[in-house]
Design a binder for this molecule. Structure first.
Ligand SMILES: Nc1ncnc2c1ncn2[C@@H]1O[C@H](COP(=O)(O)OP(=O)(O)OP(=O)(O)O)[C@@H](O)[C@H]1O
Ligand SMILES: [Mg+2]
Length: 339
């Protein structure tokens, strides 16, 4: 991407599928294989640049908001390391820890509200090793929830936003207020969970079940174009997974609403959910989640705030991938900003 006036323009685009079984809970378990996929994606997009912005994710990446008394930044760094020990389920010595002061408490300006992010060093190292093998230079490693916020929360005055990013293995729940990340949680239900449910219900292998899923729908009546696969057993399997996901989303929304009330002393409630990730492309999922959670759900379009030539060879691909590109676009935004 590059700056183009007030907007940012996508100049190149390349995708290559992640091989099966090479990433586990956010950790790259087979760096050479993933590096090869990165190289293929770069070459597919004709991308010459070698500076890379990447993100980590997974259940071992911990995000916490903690209050500290006001103190100089060097002291704060020490205090954060001490404090982090209480929140992370692995030894502090084995963690990469970073933090950011995101505000002051509303009751007293003598307090600093600090966001702490921690990840196992070995997890971070697996990504760095992968990039080195792919012969690219990591400029920074973000976390996926922050990359998401960067795409959709552009105004400081923006109200609360709640994201549901349905990936392959997991779903990330992300809550932000005025562009500041406030809460993230990872739910062990993802697009593949739907595929597996179909595979069980129809006694098919994963690949065939994935094909069926892309034509299936959760809706009794669906105005969707193209070929639709409407089968009662499949619908029931998809509904069961969606119900479980809706319960998790509802719980987290209740939690975030309660926290927001404590922070501001005011009644406030999340009024809209932004759905992202490839898993959100399941026909009828948006409608079904909306009914299940009881909050308006819209599918986030990360292309809304960027430009690209409609005549470029990748334009169609870009539109097809659509909402799956949210994290990648959020990362590229930061790369363009920090240039
Ligand atoms: N048209 C579609 N209909 C239904 N599901 C789809 C469709 N296209 C992609 N998916 C699903 O999207 C999921 C992958 O989503 P995404 O590309 O956001 O994952 P990811 O970011 O690579 O994975 P993760 O976030 O878990 O690391 C897969 O489960 C895939 O089956
Ligand atoms: Mg994802």
């Amino acid at each position: 991407m590059k700056k183009a006036g007030a907007k940012v323009e996508i100049t190149h685009f390349g995708v290559f599928p992640t091989p099966q079984g090479v990433i586990s809970n956010g950790r790259v378990t087979d760096p050479p294989k993933v590096a090869l996929a990165v190289k293929e994606a770069l070459s597919a997009g004709g991308i010459q640049g070698r500076d890379v912005c990447a993100a980590i994710a997974g259940g071992e990446v911990i995000v916490r908001h903690v209050f500290f008394p006001r103190m100089p930044r060097e002291e704060l760094a020490q205090a954060v390391r001490w404090e982090a020990g209480a929140y992370i389920p692995y030894p502090v010595d084995e963690a990469n820890i970073d933090f950011d002061v995101i505000g002051t408490g509303n009751d007293s300006s003598d307090r600093l509200e600090v966001m702490i992010v921690a990840a196992p060093k070995s997890l971070v190292a697996s990504h760095v090793e992968t990039m080195e093998l792919a012969e690219v230079r990591p400029l920074f490693l973000d976390i996926q929830p922050i990359a998401l916020c960067r795409v959709f929360c552009d105004s400081e005055f923006e109200d609360a936003k709640f994201f549901v990013d349905i990936g392959g293995g997991t779903t990330d729940l992300v809550y932000s207020e005025k562009g500041v990340l406030r809460f993230t949680r990872i739910v062990n239900i993802g697009g593949n969970t739907f595929t597996e449910a179909i595979a069980r219900a129809k006694q098919q292998d994963f690949a065939r079940a994935e094909e069926l899923k892309r034509k299936a729908t959760l809706l009794e009546t669906d105005e969707e174009q193209g070929e639709i696969y409407r089968d009662p057993e499949t619908m029931e399997a998809l509904e069961e997974v969606t119900r479980k996901l809706a319960v998790e989303v509802r719980r987290s929304i209740d939690y975030c609403n309660a926290q927001a009330r404590v922070r501001s002393g005011q009644e406030s409630a999340i009024s809209e959910i932004t759905l992202t990730g490839g898993g959100s492309k399941l026909n009828g999922l948006r409608e079904y989640l909306e009914a299940g959670v009881g909050v308006k759900v819209t599918v986030g379009d990360p292309l809304a705030n960027v430009t690209f030539a409609r005549t470029s060879p990748f334009a169609e691909d870009l539109l097809n991938y659509g909402t799956s590109l949210a994290v990648a676009i959020g990362l590229a935004f930061r790369g363009v900003d920090e240039r």
